[in-house]
Write a protein that binds this ligand. Structure first.
Ligand code: OXD
Ligand code: MN
Length: 598
C-alpha cells in the first residue's frame, strides 16, 4: 500500500462511488498475473493455449460490440471547446462528470476493484510518468502487466507526494449477488461507453469498454492524449511514433522515430530485418515515443510502453518474423481464431487454416466464408521477447533521435522517400500526411485522401492548430541543426495496373540506408519541388528483383498530381480553424510556387 495521501483519498472516493465488493492493490508480481489468469480461466473468459506451442499464453474473446477504439465515444473534455479544437469530440467537463458519475455509481458491485500503480517509461527515468489505473477488469490488469511497468516499485518512486495521473476504468457491468460473467465479456452498450479525458486536470475516466486503448489507459489515453497536453505545457513531445535504431556495417548507430496512421505497418517497420548485408535494425518501441531535450540540445526518446499491443491479422513469419517470435510465449491473444489443438490462427498468418474444427473470434464454429479472426484481433506481448529489441531500449536517458519519418498509404503521387528542406517544411509535410481511402465502407469517396497530421488525429489531447504550433516552436528551442531531419516515406505506391511498385517489409531497409547516409552527409540527393529525392544511384538496389521502371515510378514527382493536392491541403488547414499556424499556410504557398516549375 501507500502513504501517499492524495492517492489514498482518490482510491477511497472511487471505492465509495463504484461500490466494489473489495479493493485490491496490484503488486505486479508473476504470482499475481498467474492468479488472475487462473481466475479468468475458471470464469470461462480465458482459454489456455497449447502449452507446447504457446507456453503461458491465453486467448480472450471480447463482445462483438467491443472490438476496437471507439473514436465517436472518445472525448477531450477541456474547460473550453476551443481548447479541444475541431478534431476532437467535446463535452463540457462539468456535464460529462455528472453523466459519468451517474454511470459509475455502484458500477463495480459484485466485482473486485483493482488499483494498478504503473510507470510509463523506465521506473524513475526523468522522462517517465506514473499513472494509477483503477479498474474492475482482471483482463485489464494482466494486459497492463505486459504493456507497462506495474507494481510496488512504482509506489516507492511515487513516495508520499509524487505526481500521478489518475485513470479510472470500469467495464460498466455490475453483478447482482451471486451472479458471475459466466464466460461473457462484460461491457456496456455503445451509447453508454465514454472514453473521457480531462486535460487540465490530467485525469482519465473510461466507462463501458474493456477493450484495448479504451481500457488499457496507459496507452492512447495517458501516453498520447494526456501526455501530449503535458508535453505542450512542459516543452517536450509525446508522439504516435515507433523508435528504431539502424547500425551500419561500420558499426555506426543512429536512431529514427517514425509516425504512420494505424494499419500502415508500424510494428513491421519497428522490427524489420534488413535485406541489405551488414546493416542491422533494432527496435526500441513500436507505437509511442516521448522525447525531451538532453543537455546537448538533442532530442532523446523513450518508449513509454513495455509491450506490444499489435494487430494479429497479417502478421506472419514472412511479414514480421520478429513479431512472430515475440508472441511465441507469455502472450495474450484477443479475438483470434482457435484451432483444434488449441493453437491460434488468423488471416494472413502465412499458412492455411489447419483441418478440423476451428472456433472463430465469436466463439462459434468457423464459417469458412467469414473472417476467423476479427480484423482488429490483437496480441499483447512483452517487448523484451522481441529478438530485435535494442539492448538500450530501457535506457532511462532515452536515445538521441537523428531523423523523423512520416508516411501513410498513398497509391499515387507521393514518392518512396524524400527529405524535407527545413524543420518548418518538415512540420508542413507531417501536417499533411494521410492515407487514401480504399474501402467503400467509409463515407469518403474511394481515392480521397484522409489527412492525419503526425498520425495524431485520434490521439492529440488539445487543439490541432496549437499542436502544430508546438512542433514549429522546436526550431527556436535548440539549434535547428541539432533537431532530427524530417523525411516523408511511402511504401504503398502502386502502378497504373494496381500492383505494388515497392516490395516493402525488409526491403524498406534500403530506404533507411539512404536516410542514414544522408544524415552522414554522404548519399546523393536530387532536389525537387517537394523535397530532396534519392539520386538514382544513391538507393542501394543490389539484389532487388524489381523492374527498373518501378524505381522511376517510385521516385516520380508529377506536377499535375501534386498541384491537384494543393486544394485538399488548404481545405485540411482551413478545417483546423483559426489556430492553424500561418507559417504552415506560408509553406503551402511556397510549395505551390515551386510546383509551378514542373
Ligand atoms: C494502435 C492504433 O492500436 O494506432 O496502435 O490504433
Ligand atoms: Mn498506434
Amino acid at each position: 500500500m501507500t502513504k501517499h495521501k492524495t492517492l489514498k483519498q482518490w482510491v477511497d472516493s472511487v471505492a465509495a462511488l463504484c461500490a466494489p465488493d473489495s479493493v485490491y492493490w496490484c503488486d505486479g508480481s508473476r504470482e499475481e498475473y498467474d492468479r488472475l489468469v487462473a481466475l479468468m480461466k475458471k470464469e470461462g473468459i480465458a482459454t489456455q493455449l497449447n502449452p507446447q506451442k504457446l507456453p503461458n499464453s491465453f486467448l480472450f474473446r471480447s463482445d462483438p460490440s467491443d472490438v476496437a477504439r471507439v473514436e465517436n465515444r472518445t472525448y477531450i473534455a477541456s474547460t473550453s471547446k476551443d481548447e479541444a479544437g475541431p478534431t476532437n469530440n467535446w463535452i463540457d467537463p462539468v456535464e460529462l462528470k455528472k453523466t459519468m458519475s451517474g454511470l459509475y455509481a455502484g458500477c463495480m458491485k459484485g466485482r473486485v476493484m483493482y488499483v494498478i500503480p504503473f510507470s510509463m517509461g523506465p521506473i524513475g527515468s526523468a522522462i517517465s510518468k506514473i499513472g494509477i489505473e483503477i479498474t474492475d477488469s482482471p483482463y485489464v490488469v494482466v494486459n497492463m502487466h505486459i504493456m507497462t511497468r506495474v507494481g510496488s516499485k512504482v509506489l516507492d518512486v511515487l513516495g508520499e507526494t509524487g505526481e500521478f495521473i489518475p485513470c479510472l476504468h470500469s467495464v460498466g457491468k455490475p453483478l447482482a449477488a451471486g451472479e458471475s460473467d459466466n464466460g461473457k465479456w462484460p461491457c456496456a452498450p455503445l451509447d453508454k461507453k465514454y472514453i473521457a479525458h480531462f486535460p487540465e486536470e490530467r485525469l482519465i475516466w473510461s466507462y463501458g469498454s474493456g477493450y484495448g486503448g479504451n481500457a488499457l489507459l496507459g496507452k492512447k489515453c495517458l501516453a498520447l492524449r494526456i501526455a501530449s497536453v503535458m508535453a505542450r505545457d512542459e516543452g517536450w513531445l509525446a508522439e504516435h511514433m515507433l523508435i528504431l535504431s539502424i547500425t551500419s556495417p561500420a558499426g555506426i548507430k543512429k536512431y529514427i522515430a517514425a509516425a504512420f496512421p494505424s494499419a500502415c505497418g508500424k510494428t513491421n517497420l519497428a522490427m524489420l530485418i534488413p535485406t541489405i548485408p551488414g546493416w542491422k535494425v533494432e527496435c526500441i518501441g513500436d507505437d509511442i515515443a516521448w522525447m525531451k531535450f538532453g543537455s546537448d540540445g538533442r532530442l532523446y526518446a523513450i518508449n513509454p510502453e513495455a509491450g506490444f499491443f499489435g494487430v494479429a491479422p497479417g502478421t506472419s513469419t514472412e511479414s514480421n518474423p520478429n513479431a512472430m517470435k515475440s508472441i511465441s510465449k507469455n502472450t495474450i491473444f484477443t479475438n483470434v481464431a482457435l484451432t483444434q489443438d488449441n493453437d491460434v490462427w488468423w488471416e494472413g498468418i502465412g499458412y492455411d487454416a489447419p483441418e478440423g474444427k476451428i472456433i472463430d473470434w465469436n466463439g462459434k464454429e468457423w464459417d469458412r466464408t467469414k473472417p476467423a479472426a476479427h480484423p482488429n484481433a490483437r496480441f499483447t506481448a512483452p517487448a523484451r521477447q522481441c529478438p530485435a529489441i535494442a539492448p538500450e531500449w530501457e535506457d532511462p536517458k532515452g536515445v538521441p533521435i537523428s531523423a523523423f519519418l512520416f508516411g501513410g498509404r498513398r497509391p499515387s503521387t507521393v514518392p518512396l522517400v524524400y527529405e524535407t528542406f527545413s524543420w518548418q517544411h518538415g512540420v508542413f509535410t507531417a501536417a499533411t500526411i494521410g492515407s487514401e481511402v480504399t474501402a467503400a465502407a467509409l463515407d469518403l469517396k474511394a481515392g480521397t485522401v484522409r489527412r492525419d497530421p503526425f498520425a495524431m488525429l485520434p490521439f492529440c489531447g488539445y487543439n490541432m492548430g496549437d499542436y502544430l504550433a508546438h512542433w514549429l516552436s522546436f526550431s527556436s528551442r535548440t539549434d535547428e541543426a541539432k533537431l532530427p531531419k524530417i523525411y516523408c516515406v511511402n511504401w504503398f505506391r502502386k502502378s497504373a495496373d494496381n500492383k505494388w511498385l515497392w516490395p516493402g517489409f525488409g526491403d524498406n531497409s534500403r530506404v533507411l540506408k539512404w536516410i542514414f547516409e544522408r544524415l552522414e552527409g554522404k548519399a546523393k540527393g536530387v532536389e525537387s519541388p517537394i523535397g530532396v529525392l534519392p539520386a538514382r544511384d544513391a538507393l542501394d538496389l543490389a539484389g532487388l528483383a524489381i523492374p527498373p521502371g518501378n524505381i522511376d515510378e517510385l521516385l516520380k514527382v508529377s506536377g499535375p498530381e501534386w498541384r491537384a493536392e494543393l486544394p485538399s491541403m488548404r481545405d485540411h488547414f482551413n478545417a483546423i480553424g483559426p489556430r492553424m499556424p500561418k507559417a504552415l499556410y506560408h509553406e503551402l504557398q511556397k510549395l505551390e510556387e515551386r510546383l509551378a516549375s514542373i
